[in-house]
Design a protein around this ligand. Structure first.
Ligand code: ADP
Ligand code: MG
Length: 917
C-alpha cells in the first residue's frame, strides 16, 4: 500500500433518523458479532434475500468470509451502534477483473429504513475506489426491495439486468458524479435536521445543575426558560435541593416525570461526564453544555456519551440557545434579554460576541428566529445551523460569527446552497498572517489564512463584514431593502453639497460606481429643483428645496436607467429649523414606489444605524456615517452579482496522465519520506503529466556538459540566447542569490558562466540548469497550495521576481470552474496586459486557461503537492511558457471531502484537532 492510501479508519456518522453509528472495518476479532448479526439480527426471510435460499450455513459462511483467513481479499465495513454490529457491507474484486467488485450487505432487521446500508455502501465505495475498484456488481433477488433502495439512494448511476428472477446490478463508482455528490449531501442534511430538532424544537427540557443560589448560571437559565414561556415542561435537576425558585427539583435525570428532549448542563466540569451519560441513558437527544474548563478526559467522556447515545451537543462553554417560535418559546441562555421573535438566525462561537450581537439587533429592531452560542463547538457547528435555518420556514437572514471551521469544505458546500435562498452574513475578523510570512514560495506566501478564508466566503456567496458594527449595518440594509442590480450604480442626493461629496467619496472607496445621470434625468431635475442646485451625480438639492421637491427628485432618480441604488444624505438646515425633520419625512414618504434600495445618511444621528419608519409602514435604514451606508450597499451589490452568477461546472480537466504523476510522487516520497522540493527532472516530468508548458531545461554537471548543452540550446533561444541557473536542492529564490544569468549568447559564455557559478556557490551547487531564452511577455504566477483543511487553492497573479511586492493576485479553490477561468485573469490589476486593450494585443488566453486547469487538476489529483509555483509563466500573444517551476511534496493521506462523518472536534487539552473533511 502506498503512502497515499491510509487504512480505512473508524468514523462516526449519522443515520437518517439522527442516530450516531461508528463505521469501521470488520476485523478478524469480530467473528462473534458477525454471527450474532446474521443469526439473531436477521429473520429467515432477510437471510434468504441475502443468500438466495436460506442456507443454514449462511451465517457461518459470512463470518468466514469477513473474519476468516481469506479476509485480506475482502473489503468489509461494519456499522456499530453502542457496541452492537447493526449492519455490514463488503466487496471483493471478481476473478475476471480487479476493477469490478462483488458487493454484499446485511443489515439487522431492527435497523432497516434508517439508512444503514446506504451509509455503509457510501463509505465502502470510497475505500474501494482507493483500491482501484471502479465498479460494484451484485446479484440480487428481484423481490429484494431493501437492497434495490440502497442502490437507488446512493445517487450513482445503476445499471440493472434481469436474468432468471435475479437482477444483476452494476454501479460504476464515478466519484465526480454531481448526482452522487448531491445525493450524499441530501442524506447528510436529512440526518442533521432530524437530530437538531431535539435541540431547537424540544418538547421538554431539563436544567441540570440549577441551584438555589441566586445568580448562579443554572438557576438563571431555569428562570429564563420559565419566564420566557416555554411551551413544554421544564424540570430542574439538583441532587441537593428539593425546591428551586418555588418549584420541585429532581435528584437525577432518571427521576424526572418524563424524558426531556434537551438537557442544559450547568454543573462543574467534573460532573459533566456523569450528567451527560445519565441524560443519554434515559433517552435525552440533545445537550447544551454551559460549563467551561473541561479537561481532556472530561471532554472525551462527554463526546463519547454523546456519540454513544446519539445526542447532539452544543458547547461546552456555550451561553445557551434561544428559539423564538411561538410554538416553542425557549430562552435557554444566560447572556442577555430573550430576543424579539423575528427572522434572523444567529450563531456565534464566542458568547460575548453573541450577547453584543443580540443587543445590537434588539436596538435596531431586527427580531431573531433562533440563537445558538456554539461555544467550543465539539459537535453542533455553523454548518448545522445553516441547514436548520434553510428549512425552518422562519429564517430569512443568517448571521454567523465563527472563529474556526471544523470542516470548511462541508461548510462551503452547505453555505453555497443556503446563500442562494437567504443572505448569510459573517464577520471576517482577519487574524494575523504572521505565521505564513516566512513561506518559501510566492504561492505559499500569498495564500495566507486570510486569503483562504476570503476565497471560501466568496465561493460560498457569504457576505463577510470586517467588524460586528459593519455586520449589523449591513444586516440593517439586507433586512429591509431590495437588492440592487448587480452593477450597483449609485446616485447620491443631499441637501448640503459638502455632505454629498463625502458620500460620493465613500461610495467610490467601497467600490461603487457613481455614473453620470442621463441627459433627460438632468433636465427633469433642473426643472424641479431650485436654482443653484447641483444636478450631476452627486445631486445637491440645496437647503432651499422643500419636501415636495426632494420627494419629486428622488422619484426622478429612481426612474433613471443608470441608477440602481440611492444614498440620501440629509442635514437639518437653517431654513427648516422650525421643523428639522421635514426633509427626512419627505424621504420617508413613499419609498415603496421606488423599488430600489435606499440608504439614508443623517449626520446628526446619535447611533451608527437605526430604522426610520416610512409612511407606508416599511422601514429604511439610516446611517450616521456615509461610509457605513456605502459599505452596506457594496455588500448588497456583491450579493446581487453572486446570485446572478450562473452555475458553472468544473472546467474540463486537461488530458492528464494522473497515474504516472502519482507514481512520480510516490517514488519521490519513498526516497524522501519527509517530503521536500522536487528536483528539476521530477518537476519537469510531473508538469509534463499535466501538459504544462515548461521550457526545455537541461541540467548539466560539468563545464563540458555546459558547452554541449549551450550548443544545442542557443539556436532555440530568443535571439540565440540562453538562461543559466545554478541549482542545488532546496534552493529558494534564485535571482536574489545571484544564481540566474540571462542572455548567455555562446557555448564559451556558457562554460564561463558554469565556472563562475561553481566558484561562487562551491560544493552546495549540484548542477546548472540551461534553458533557451523565452521571448519577452507578461510574467504571471500560477500556483497552488494544499490547505490542510480547505483543500487545494489555486492562485493567479502578476509574476516575476517582484511578485510579493506587487501583491496583484486572485485565488480560487480547485477544481476551477469555467467561470473561474474567465474571471481570474480579469480580476487582476494587470488584467489589461493579459486581456489586451485598445492598441495593444492580449495574450494567448487559451494557453493561460489550460495552464490554470492543469495546475488545478494536478493539485486535486495529488494532495501531496503542498506548494506548486510556476513563476514566471510568460504569456504572449502567440503562446505561454513556464521558465521556472518549483514543487514541494509532503506525505499526506488522500480523503474524500464529501464522505459523511461527524467532525472530530479539537477537544480541550488536545493539540491541533484539525481534521480534513
Ligand atoms: P527565481 O524566481 O528563483 O529568482 P527564475 O528562474 O524565475 O528564478 O528567474 C528569474 C527571472 O528571470 C524570471 O522572472 C524571468 O524574468 C527571467 N527568466 C528566467 N528564465 C528565463 C528564460 N528561460 N527566458 C526568459 N527569461 C527568463
Ligand atoms: Mg521564478
Amino acid at each position: 500500500m502506498s503512502v497515499t492510501e491510509p487504512p480505512v479508519s473508524a468514523v462516526e456518522a449519522l443515520l437518517t433518523d439522527g442516530t450516531t453509528v461508528l463505521v469501521r472495518p470488520v476485523e478478524a476479532g469480530d467473528r462473534a458479532a458477525v454471527l450474532e448479526l446474521h443469526v439473531h439480527g436477521m429473520s429467515e426471510e432477510s437471510r434468504r434475500m441475502r443468500f438466495f435460499g436460506a442456507s443454514h450455513r449462511a451465517p457461518e459462511l459470512a463470518a468466514d468470509r469477513l473474519c476468516g483467513p481469506g479476509r485480506a481479499d475482502v473489503l468489509a465495513l461494519g456499522a456499530w451502534a453502542d457496541g452492537e454490529l447493526v449492519g455490514e457491507a463488503d466487496c471483493q474484486a471478481t476473478a475476471e477483473s480487479g476493477e469490478v467488485a462483488e458487493l454484499a450487505m446485511a443489515v439487522a432487521d431492527a435497523w432497516h429504513h434508517r439508512g444503514v446500508g446506504t451509509l455503509l455502501v457510501e463509505h465502502l465505495a470510497h475505500a474501494a475506489r482507493k483500491r482501484g475498484i471502479r465498479e460494484f456488481a451484485a446479484d440480487t433477488l428481484a423481490g429484494n426491495r431493501a437492497v434495490h433502495k440502497v442502490f437507488s439512494d446512493l445517487g450513482l448511476p445503476v445499471h440493472r439486468h434481469l436474468d432468471h428472477g435475479e437482477i444483476r446490478v452494476r454501479v460504476p463508482l464515478d466519484e465526480d458524479d454531481e448526482g452522487y455528490l448531491r445525493a450524499v449531501d441530501e442524506r447528510g442534511r436529512t440526518a442533521d435536521l432530524a437530530s437538531l430538532a431535539a435541540l431547537l424544537r424540544p418538547r421538554a427540557v431539563a436544567v441540570v445543575g440549577a441551584s438555589r443560589r441566586t445568580g448562579s448560571v443554572g438557576r438563571t437559565v431555569l428562570l429564563k426558560i420559565r419566564r420566557g414561556g416555554f411551551t413544554g415542561p421544564v424540570w430542574a435537576v439538583n441532587p441537593h435541593a428539593g425546591v428551586i425558585a418555588g418549584e420541585p427539583a429532581y435528584p437525577g435525570i432518571a427521576e424526572l416525570p418524563g424524558v426531556p428532549d434537551l438537557a442544559v448542563l450547568a454543573v462543574p466540569p467534573a460532573a459533566v461526564p456523569g450528567a451527560a451519560e445519565e441524560c443519554g441513558r434515559t433517552g435525552t437527544k440533545a445537550l447544551v453544555v454551559l460549563t467551561s474548563g473541561l479537561d481532556a478526559t472530561q471532554a472525551r467522556q462527554l463526546m463519547h456519551s454523546c456519540r454513544r447515545h446519539s445526542m447532539r451537543l452544543v458547547g461546552p462553554n456555550s451561553v445557551g440557545i434561544a428559539q423564538t417560535d411561538p410554538a416553542i418559546r425557549l430562552d435557554a441562555e444566560f447572556g442577555g434579554a430573550f430576543p424579539l421573535p423575528g427572522t434572523a438566525g444567529v450563531a456565534v462561537q464566542s458568547g460575548g460576541v453573541g450577547i453584543a450581537l443580540l443587543q445590537r439587533l434588539a436596538w435596531l429592531g431586527i427580531g431573531v428566529s433562533s440563537f445558538v452560542s456554539l461555544g467550543d463547538k465539539y459537535d453542533v457547528s455553523g454548518n448545522d445551523l445553516l441547514q436548520w435555518w434553510e428549512s425552518d420556514g422562519r429564517t430569512d437572514l443568517a448571521l454567523l460569527h465563527l472563529e474556526s471551521f471544523g470542516s470548511p469544505r462541508a461548510f462551503a458546500r452547505t453555505a453555497r446552497r443556503v446563500t442562494r435562498t437567504l443572505p448569510v452574513l459573517t464577520v471576517d475578523a482577519g487574524r494575523s498572517d504572521a505565521g505564513r510570512r516566512g513561506a518559501a514560495s510566492h504561492t505559499a506566501a500569498a495564500a495566507t489564512p486570510t486569503v483562504t478564508r476570503e476565497t471560501l466566503f466568496r465561493r460560498a456567496g457569504i457576505t463577510a463584514a470586517h467588524s460586528i458594527a459593519e455586520l449589523v449595518e449591513t444586516a440593517a440594509l439586507f433586512h429591509t431593502q431590495p437588492l440592487p442590480d448587480g452593477r450597483g450604480r449609485v446616485a447620491v442626493v443631499s441637501n448640503a453639497g459638502g455632505i454629498g461629496i463625502l458620500a460620493a467619496d465613500a461610495c467610490a472607496a467601497a467600490g461603487l460606481e457613481l455614473p453620470p445621470l442621463p441627459a433627460e434625468t438632468v433636465a427633469e431635475l433642473r426643472e424641479l429643483l431650485p436654482a443653484g442646485a447641483g444636478t450631476a451625480n452627486p445631486v445637491d438639492t440645496t437647503a432651499a428645496a422643500g419636501p415636495a421637491e426632494l420627494r419629486a427628485c428622488l422619484d426622478v432618480l429612481a426612474r433613471a436607467d443608470t441608477v440602481d441604488a440611492l444614498v440620501v444624505c440629509l442635514v437639518p438646515t437653517a431654513l427648516v429649523q422650525d421643523d428639522a425633520d421635514r426633509p427626512l419625512r419627505a424621504l420617508l414618504d413613499g419609498p415603496g414606489r421606488r423599488r430600489l434600495p435606499v440608504a439614508a445618511v443623517l449626520l446628526d444621528q446619535e447611533v451608527p444605524v437605526q430604522y426610520r419608519t416610512c409612511a407606508d409602514g416599511g422601514r429604511l435604514p439610516s446611517y450616521a456615517d456615509p461610509a457605513a451606508a456605502a459599505r452596506a450597499l457594496a455588500h448588497a451589490r456583491d450579493r446581487a452579482r453572486w446570485l446572478a452568477e450562473p452555475f458553472s461546472a468544473p472546467a474540463a480537466p486537461p488530458t492528464a496522465d494522473a497515474d504516472r504523476a502519482r507514481r512520480l510522487v510516490d517514488a519521490f516520497l519513498d526516497a524522501h519520506p519527509d517530503g521536500g522540493w522536487l528536483d528539476p527532472e521530477t518537476t519537469a516530468d510531473l508538469l509534463d503529466c499535466y501538459r504544462l508548458p515548461l521550457t526545455t531545461s537541461i541540467l548539466v554537471r560539468s563545464e563540458d556538459e555546459a558547452e554541449l548543452a549551450a550548443r544545442g540550446l542557443c539556436p532555440l533561444g530568443h535571439e540565440g540566447r540562453i538562461a543559466a541557473k545554478a541549482y542545488w536542492p532546496g534552493q529558494v529564490h534564485k535571482s536574489a542569490e545571484g544564481a540566474v544569468r540571462l542572455g548567455v549568447g555562446s557555448a564559451t559564455q556558457a562554460q564561463e558562466c558554469y565556472r563562475d557559478f561553481r566558484d561562487r556557490f562551491g560544493g552546495r551547487m549540484t548542477g546548472v540548469l540551461f534553458q533557451p531564452m523565452a521571448p519577452p511577455g507578461v510574467e504571471l504566477l500560477v500556483g497552488a497550495v494544499q490547505d490542510e483543511v480547505f483543500g487545494p487553492l489555486v492562485l493567479l497573479g502578476l509574476g516575476g521576481t517582484a511578485t510579493d511586492v506587487l501583491g496583484d493576485r486572485t485565488t480560487r479553490f480547485a477544481p476551477l470552474t469555467e467561470r473561474d477561468l474567465e474571471t481570474m485573469p480579469a480580476e487582476l490589476r494587470a488584467a489589461p496586459l493579459i486581456l489586451g486593450r485598445p492598441g495593444s494585443p492580449g495574450t494567448d488566453l487559451t494557453g493561460l486557461r489550460r495552464a490554470l486547469t492543469g495546475v488545478s487538476g494536478m493539485a486535486c489529483d495529488l494532495p501531496q503537492l503542498v506548494e506548486v509555483d510556476l513563476n514566471p509563466l510568460i504569456v504572449r500573444p502567440d503562446g505561454v511558457v513556464c521558465v521556472d517551476a518549483r514543487i514541494r511534496v509532503e506525505p499526506r493521506p488522500s480523503y474524500d471531502p464529501y464522505l459523511r462523518r461527524l467532525r472530530r472536534p479539537a477537544l480541550a487539552g488536545e493539540a491541533g484537532g484539525r481534521e480534513p473533511q
